[in-house]
Design a protein around this ligand. Sequence first.
Ligand SMILES: [Zn+2]
Ligand SMILES: [Zn+2]
Length: 323
Amino acid sequence: MRRRAAAEAPAEAVERIKRLLDNFLTKLNDDDLRDQVRSLVPAFETLRGLGKGLIPPDLASSARERILLYFQRYPLQVIEGDELLVVAGIGEWARRVRELRVQFGWSICSGVTFKDLVDDEPELAASLKDALGADPRKLKPDQYVMVSTEEDREAAHRWNLLNTIRKKKGLGVRARLLEYMRANVGSPVSIEELRYLAGDKSEWARRMRELRTEEGWPIYTRMQGRPELPVGTYVLDEDKQAPEHDRRIPDDVRVEVLIRDDFTCRVCGWTRDLLRPDDPRKFLELHHLVTHSEKGENSVENLITLCNVHHDKVHAGRLTLDV
Ligand SMILES: [Zn+2]
Ligand SMILES: [Zn+2]
């Protein structure tokens, strides 16, 4: 790219584009296609210079930095790929977006990933709709949203881990997702990371739900009783599966029980607002009053909310529930 184009004053550049387009019009009378195409090239280049020049070099000195600055200025808004083409000024802008979100840990999601969520995590999709003011199922693959303006400081480590797990032979998508979540206990993981881990297959959202509902891993989103989590993220609360009899609770039942119990332990009244480093109570869990082996059901009536400490006590036989 010619330096001249980037350094040119906007008014001069616009005048030049006008002259170049006039020249293009005269070429339309010739019938040589190649001449016509080549007469448009300098207009394209000057236009790129104008787009690049919108963000001064002291604020962002590369295409990637300009894209980042643009996202940071408009978080939680749907950004068109063509806007990024303009501010980046390079044809490879999509690759830069991918670097920002996967290698540098910025929470930038694309329409493709949102679409995966719609069928498998309808509640999460609904919360995204509220946050964005746009229906995630209508987003196109080249539309993007920065869901959080916080940079992930462990991004480089996570990027290495993602690639190590992604390359493992003989591991299915569900096993890869679980391995990654277990390596990030307590840290929110973005849906873009999960999609990447699944080899860009859309099944990742379904597999995450299976890990939670069928295998009993405490994997949650903001819609399963963790409203403080950023949109578009999942967290594994604890590296421990729920006991066999507390698994297979449908998401809608889980949420209904939590709401009925006001997100508090029914024994001690603990809530996540009371989370303290020196307090062993860290999570809320659901417990079956009548176990599956005694024909207990996954119904709202048969479930209660307990903190992890009281749940452990019940299972160790050191506490009898009186509810
Ligand atoms: Zn408790
Ligand atoms: Zn239990």
